[in-house]
Write a protein that binds this ligand. Structure first.
Ligand code: PRT
Ligand code: ZN
Length: 285
């Protein structure tokens, strides 16, 4: 039996969410005898724990068939892999930042400046596109301290909340690209592994669809049914069933978290009663 080999980050910002995603697909992992690999007994999947920087290379070489990694690493490493799914977590951006007190007048500020970064390829591309002559200082970590220790005048790094920049007296002046966790795949997967990947992606889709959606049940007087149904989006159309009490119905539907409270308020105004809200585990569309 062939296994699909999935590389995930061993420990870091992507690890927990990657494992959560696998568990959400009802795939249980049992630690193998070798500590860097785990296997599943209920889906033909083998998980390799690696450093995130190495994942694009391992996937390009076919050591792993697929990998979960930040898009930033995919862009930087420029390996021959395909992005097959965007996962919506570990969202961040890659930005240029300069000391807070500098007077920033536009992109030409970077001419003849030194920029410290762990992402030299993405940065060089951006500089070329904008015709900027700057010196890239490649460092592997703690990029934000580079201006403070005199290594560079500016930095190009990952920004999420922006608090690292603030605490290092830096300000973000140009956003070059955004990133999120993605699934990458090796090119030319065997037919068997492609089928396994499709099955896995289908499971991920059902988990992603159910996220943020709630199942809602309510009682409504029949004369208000039409206005209540108009408020409810539903997957196709709400389910309506008669209640034992004459003149009343039970209405079932699916509501997204984003519009949840607005809809609840409108439903109450329209006369809905006994509203129940239930989490949805899986949604197969
Ligand atoms: O050990 P290994 O090489 O596997 O891990 P790593 O230390 O290289 O990576 P890790 O775990 O820090 O990040 C993994 C991935 O998470 C990155 O490649 C990004 O795709 C994504 N990600 C999302 C982030 C952040 N948000 C993030 N905020 N990666 C890093 N940061 C750092 C950033 O470098 C900076 O130091 O957080 C700081 C900025 O955060 P704010 O919130 O202060 O702006
Ligand atoms: Zn890394």
């Amino acid at each position: 039996m062939e296994n699909l080999k999935l590389a995930i980050q061993k420990s870091g910002r992507l690890s927990e969410k990657s494992l959560e995603l696998i568990a959400g697909c009802d795939i249980k992992l049992t630690q193998g005898t070798r500590k860097l690999i785990a296997v599943s007994s209920d889906f033909p999947l083998e998980v390799l724990y690696l450093r995130d920087d190495d994942i694009p290379q391992y996937v390009a070489d076919g050591v792993a068939d697929i990998g979960i990694v930040g898009e930033n690493e995919v862009m930087e490493k420029e390996k021959n892999v395909a992005i097959v799914k965007r996962l919506g977590f570990a969202k961040c951006r890659l930005s240029l930042a300069i000391p807070k007190n500098e007077n920033y007048h536009g992109i030409r500020w970077f001419d003849n400046k030194r920029i410290a970064t762990s992402y030299p390829r993405i940065l060089q591309k951006f500089l070329n596109q904008n015709n900027i002559q700057a010196k890239i200082e490649e460092i592997s970590g703690s990029v934000e301290i580079a201006p403070g220790i005199g290594l560079s005048e500016s930095i190009f790094d990952i920004v999420s909340s922006g608090s690292t920049l603030i605490s290092n007296r830096l300000k973000e002046v140009e956003t070059v690209c955004s990133s999120e966790a993605v699934i990458i795949s090796t090119l030319g997967l065997s037919a068997i592994r492609q089928k396994l990947l499709d099955q896995l992606l289908f499971r991920i889709d059902t988990v992603q669809h159910s996220k943020g959606n709630k199942y809602i049940l309510l009682n409504a007087p029949n004369d208000k049914l039409e206005s209540i149904i108009e408020i409810l989006p539903g997957m196709k159309s709400p389910t309506v069933m008669p209640l034992y009490q004459k003149g009343w119905s039970s209405v079932h539907s699916v509501v997204n978290e984003k519009e949840f409270w607005v809809i609840i308020d409108k439903l109450k105004e329209c006369g809905a009663e006994g509203i129940l809200v239930i989490p949805i585990e899986k949604m197969i569309l």
